[in-house]
Design a protein around this ligand. Structure first.
Ligand SMILES: *Cc1c(COP(=O)(O)O)cnc(C)c1O
Length: 221
């Protein structure tokens, strides 16, 4: 698939303008490339994006293993199965979707020590990933006991109009502050302004950079 790098560059300028308009200087942009091929990762790198987000183990490995040493920083942001951690450990720099205790032991086996965000379901929507807000402190403690590095928290905003995500984002930021963590990963294409207003330090953006994703294929994982 051919990628128009100058178009991605223009969209990145517009994205940075949106973030700056709500006071988000210094917010990290994770370019979400799920559903696209490696050429989209290359385009992201070419326009200066250093952080790539992927949701599926097999797709991530197929796409990013080929980049070798000078690959961008890779964020795993999808539902994580514990038996996939080992195969992705050499490629993933930040595991953003850690939401249950059964992931702690497989992560503890990763060397150098795994860096993670704990994903929180801040909207109480069934079917959304993340542990309950009340479980965060205990999960962070268990990860630390096993020397997994907890850099922050992550959440997906409530589905619906962007404004409906605000209470959940506010809650995530409060939890990040209570724990004294540096990273608050929240905000996607549709709700990033609300997320940045509520104190996001990291937005995860796909369609605003690359357009609509190719229709999702059936996946083995
Ligand atoms: C797909 C995805 C994104 C990016 O979504 P867009 O709406 O395309 O910006 C961000 N975070 C997670 C967890 C995702 O699965």
């Amino acid at each position: 698939m051919a990628v128009d790098i100058s178009l991605v560059g223009e969209r990145l300028v517009e994205l940075r303008r949106r973030i700056a308009a709500v006071g988000g200087d210094g917010v990290t942009v994770v370019a979400v490339t799920k559903g696209f091929g490696p050429e989209v990762v290359e385009a992201a790198v070419a326009v200066g994006l250093d952080d790539i987000g992927e949701n599926y183990a097999q797709e991530l490995l197929a796409k990013l293993a080929g980049f070798g040493e000078d690959r961008p920083r890779v964020h795993f942001i999808g539902r994580l199965q514990s038996n996939k951690i080992r195969s992705m450990a050499g490629v993933v720099d930040l595991w953003q979707s850690i939401d249950r205790a059964s992931l702690v032991e497989p992560l503890a086996k990763v060397w150098p020590p795994a860096k993670v965000l704990v994903q929180v379901n801040v909207s109480d929507e069934p079917g959304k990933g993340g542990c309950a807000p009340g479980e965060v402190t205990a999960l962070v403690a268990r990860l630390r006991e096993r020397e997994v590095v907890v850099e922050g928290l992550m959440a997906v905003g409530r589905t619906g109009p962007p404004e409906s995500a605000r209470p959940g984002f506010r809650l995530l930021r409060a939890l990040v502050d209570d724990l004294g963590l540096p990273t608050c990963s929240m905000g996607m294409t549709d709700d990033l302004e609300v997320a940045v207003e509520e104190g996001s330090t990291m937005v995860r953006v796909g369609s605003a950079l690359f357009g609509p994703r190719p229709s999702t294929r059936a996946r083995a994982n």
